[in-house]
Structure formats: C-alpha cells, structure tokens
Write a protein that binds this ligand. Sequence first.
Ligand SMILES: [Zn+2]
Length: 40
Amino acid sequence: MKGKGNTCEYCSGQGYFQLLLGGSETCNGCDGSGKAGEKS
Ligand SMILES: [Zn+2]
C-alpha cells in the first residue's frame, strides 16, 4: 500500500532495514521509529 502519511519511505515504516547477510540495521531516515518525522 502506498500512503504518504507518517510512514518512513526509506524503511517502509519498519524502522529498520533487513540485511541480506542477516540481522537488521536501524533506519537513519526515521531513527528506528518507522515514521517520517519532520526535522525542525
Ligand atoms: Zn525509516
């Protein structure tokens, strides 16, 4: 589903990236929150 709410576009709202080698890495776009926060 494609929504432009508060969902982070980098990690699709998951808050992290799934690594192919295993494990996960915290998304830098939302700092792990999964939400597209507006930095002010
Ligand atoms: Zn993110």
